[in-house]
Design a protein around this ligand. Structure first.
Ligand code: PLP
Length: 435
């Protein structure tokens, strides 16, 4: 019964340091957030000790009386958070993360080597949406399925629905995936449904980034059109790290009526073992917070903060992808300044501002991305308002100036070193000639 501090001072100290880092930095990573104390308490509870393979009421281990109740509560709250009627939608809450939720959904919906289409990584899509490079099939979603990504319009940065429709008519996917990790605009689900239907494809929305906003009705509702909706629980939704898979129940006899069994079996035993019950309890706690009326205020504030930041940066002359944002993030295009996203990320790290480099559509290499992704969910959880985000914009502006200045000075030194080397080389040559 010793505390972490007494039992393992080395790890204790690292945890303390990380906590200090989180609270002493301006946290602008779009996929991160600060969970509540209650969520952390549930996540660090005795539920981590229990094995419970299977589903509530049908487990492979004894002693699951309370675990069953936790999972039932979590499922009910997940449906409630998104306003779903349990006769029309079901949910599996056991996925360990967003990636495994996606792979389980694909396992349930399509067969090996079937075709899928998702948004290209360089245009803001996620790895698990079929990412591959010319040299390598990187993601399992490209290894086990045939992937043909769709893109944004290279001029506007907006999703090119016409091109997607044209390509889908040729490629005829079995699964159309929407959702993204770095796309600042909302989704036209009616159009996507139409495109999916033309090929007889399932439509899956991975709303990982925006689920907290969807729950607050601050984004279009994917449940109106999609067959399956996946999400992580730790981004705008502000829970612990996990994944949820929502599936549409169709009236008996219709195409999707067996989705429930297929999804549940794809999660376990398909891709996972025993569920992480402590996490499921913590997801339940966070979903209860999402049901509170204050959640809508939070989601509205996230969007207002992003807008304030975008306006501030535009005032300083920066290029924002799609010229703004409708959700919780912006993509700052640094290419007009001849600055890479990696350099900007480094400079910001020095200044206790945490963000991440990100490819911008049209980038030639993912190794030297041309932009940075900036999100408002975490700082909004720490009560930041529009004026605070204007100040964040000022800090970012100064960071860019500093990066440019450093880059300029580094180039001057580099030119000088090259010139010195050249003159030494010349002197040596002259000596040799004279000798
Ligand atoms: N889907 C999207 C759209 C994401 O942005 C991410 C993570 O960034 C994931 C899935 C994967 O989530 P996880 O890291 O929990 O596996």
């Amino acid at each position: 019964n010793t505390s972490l501090k007494e039992d393992d001072p080395e790890i204790y100290e690292l945890v303390q340091k990380e906590m200090y880092r989180q609270y002493s930095c301006l946290e602008l990573i779009a996929s991160e957030n600060f969970t509540s104390r209650a969520v952390m308490e549930a996540n660090g509870s005795a539920l981590t000790n229990k094995y419970s393979e299977g589903l509530p009421g049908a487990r492979y281990y004894g002693g699951n009386e309370f675990i069953d109740q936790v999972e039932e509560v979590c499922r009910a709250r997940a449906l409630q958070a998104f306003g779903l009627d349990s006769s029309k939608w079901g949910v599996n809450v056991q996925s360990y993360s967003g990636s495994t939720a996606n792979f389980s959904a694909y396992t349930a919906l399509i067969q090996p080597h079937d075709r899928l289409m998702g948004l290209d990584l360089s245009c803001g899509g996620h790895l698990t949406h079929g990412f591959y490079t010319p040299k390598k099939k990187v993601s399992s979603s490209a290894i086990y399925f045939e992937s043909f990504p769709y893109k944004v319009d290279m001029k506007t940065g907006l999703l090119d629905y016409d091109k997607l429709e044209e390509n889908a008519r040729v490629f005829r996917p079995k699964l159309l995936i929407c959702g993204a990790s770095a796309y600042p605009r909302d989704w036209d689900y009616a159009r996507l449904r139409k495109i999916a239907d033309e090929s007889g494809a399932y439509l899956l929305m991975d709303m990982a980034h925006i689920s907290g906003l969807v729950a607050a009705q601050e984004q279009n509702n994917p449940f109106d059109y999609c067959d399956v909706v996946t999400t992580t629980t730790h981004k705008t939704l502000r829970g612990p790290r996990a994944g949820l898979i929502f599936f549409r129940r169709a009236p008996k006899g219709e195409k999707h009526s067996d989705l429930e069994d297929r999804i549940n079996q794809a999660v376990f035993p398909g891709n996972q073992g025993g569920p992480h019950n402590n996490t499921i309890a913590a997801v339940a706690v966070s979903l209860r917070q999402v049901a509170d009326p204050s959640w809508r205020e939070y989601a509205k504030q996230v969007r207002a903060n992003v807008r304030a930041l975008a306006e501030n940066l535009k005032k300083h002359g920066y290029k924002i992808v799609t010229d703004g944002s409708e959700n919780h993030l912006i993509l700052l295009d640094l290419r007009p300044l001849n600055l890479t996203g990696s350099k900007m990320e480094k400079i910001c790290d020095f200044a206790n501002i945490t963000l991440n480099k990100n490819t911008v559509h049209g980038d030639q290499s993912a190794l030297t991305p041309g932009g940075v992704r900036i999100g408002a969910p975490a700082l909004t959880s720490r009560s930041f308002k529009e004026a605070d985000f204007e100040q964040v914009g000022e800090f970012l502006h100064r960071a860019v100036q500093l990066a440019l200045e450093l880059q300029k000075n580094a180039k001057l030194i580099k030119d000088f070193v090259v010139a010195c080397e050249k003159s030494q080389e010349l002197a040596q040559l002259r000596k040799e000639v004279e000798a």
